[in-house]
Design a protein around this ligand. Structure first.
Ligand SMILES: Nc1ncnc2c1ncn2[C@@H]1O[C@H](COP(=O)(O)OP(=O)(O)OP(=O)(O)O)[C@@H](O)[C@H]1O
Length: 329
């Protein structure tokens, strides 16, 4: 499979009152065309900031200060904000955790879909009425694709007229309207009930297979990862700590943090369980010394772990950031 997104050594910092917060520190990752990468980790581990950085959506006081972000052969960090705007929506789309705040309350769903299509769909006819008709047809098709009944009438309604699950679907419809090569879905099912959660995820997987799109699924739910992702990346305190094929990482985790995450969840009930592992807390990201960040919570920690730990080979297609990998079997 060819690589679609390749991020190398990404660092994103926030200038906060308490000091410089290194929310993302040396993150490298790859997403191949058509594959689904799961991204897991406790709250505050840097999942959203990593992918907001990829999208060029980090706002002041935040800033990407290091690294390359190659997408489809171009380093996105070299592009102007206008070029990035063109890529967002057309090539890469991101759905946010909260559909209500991501959607514009003042515009109908049809107007919001039309806005995206107007900006990015180069296949639309150029003349007035034919163009309007094509936009309408495409919008109805997109709402149909995400399972909104009576899309014709629903296009004229505003976001508040839809249920939470429907709003998630609409956000996905808008994200998919221009058939992006990559969909980044940030907690696509938070705040949805279990049945709707399953439907939204099925929908993303189904569309992924039909359109050959790559997906990054950011989630707290390892059951969701097990069911939908080819590979998984585990983040801790701004760094990737383990990465590899989903079945292997979940079946035989190598990093003590991943083991902790999994040990806290009874296996048959992998799905729907919150990630509340291991005692202790994620370290404060201000002024962290260059050493293993999991050290203070790690059952295997030794004094020699107080050094900067690189990602290491952990088996075929697998890597983990731990000096004691050989002892974790
Ligand atoms: N605007 C900001 N100002 C200062 N620090 C920020 C800001 N936004 C994010 N951060 C820092 O970045 C860290 C990582 O945040 P991020 O939202 O990426 O975590 P996450 O893993 O996606 O968490 P969650 O699962 O809760 O969404 C936060 O803990 C916080 O320290």
């Amino acid at each position: 499979m060819t690589v679609l997104l390749e991020v190398t050594n990404l660092r994103t910092e926030f200038n906060a009152r308490a000091g410089l917060v290194r929310a993302v520190d040396g993150v490298s990752l790859r997403v191949s065309r058509g594959e689904c990468l799961g991204v897991v980790g406790e709250s505050g581990s840097g999942k959203s900031v990593t992918f907001s950085s990829v999208m060029g959506l980090v706002r002041s006081p935040g800033r990407v200060t290091q690294g390359t972000i190659f997408f489809d052969g171009r380093n996105l960090r070299d592009l102007s904000s206008e070029e990035m705007r063109a890529i967002r929506g057309r090539d890469i789309a991101m759905t946010m955790q909260d559909a209500l705040t991501a959607l514009n309350p003042a515009l109908t769903v049809g107007e919001q879909l039309a806005e995206v299509l107007e900006a990015h769909d180069e296949t639309l006819p150029s003349s007035g009425s034919a163009r309007r008709a094509a936009i309408r047809d495409r919008s109805v098709e997109m709402l149909g694709l995400v399972g909104i009944p009576s899309p014709d009438t629903r296009l004229r309604q505003y976001p508040h007229e839809f249920s939470g699950g429907m709003r998630q679907r609409i956000m996905i419809a808008i994200a998919l309207a221009c058939r992006p090569k990559l969909l980044i879905a940030d907690e696509p099912t938070t705040a949805l009930d279990v049945t709707i959660q399953a439907q939204v995820l099925e929908l993303i997987t189904d569309i992924r297979e039909r359109l050959g799109m790559a997906v990054v699924l950011i989630t707290h739910d390892l059951g969701v990862v097990a069911e939908h992702c080819d590979r998984v990346m585990v983040m801790y305190a701004g760094q990737v700590v383990e990465e590899g094929p989903t079945d292997q990482v979940i079946g035989q985790p190598r990093h003590p943090y991943t083991r902790g995450l999994l040990a806290s969840i009874p296996r048959p009930a992998l799905r729907g369980q919150p990630l509340t592992p291991i005692s202790g807390q994620v370290p404060d990201l201000v002024g962290l010394p260059p050493q293993c960040r999991f050290h203070s919570r790690c059952p295997l920690a030794r004094p020699e772990c107080l050094v900067e730990v690189p990602m290491r080979d952990a088996g075929p297609g697998r890597r983990a950031r731990c000096l004691r990998l050989e002892d974790v079997e």
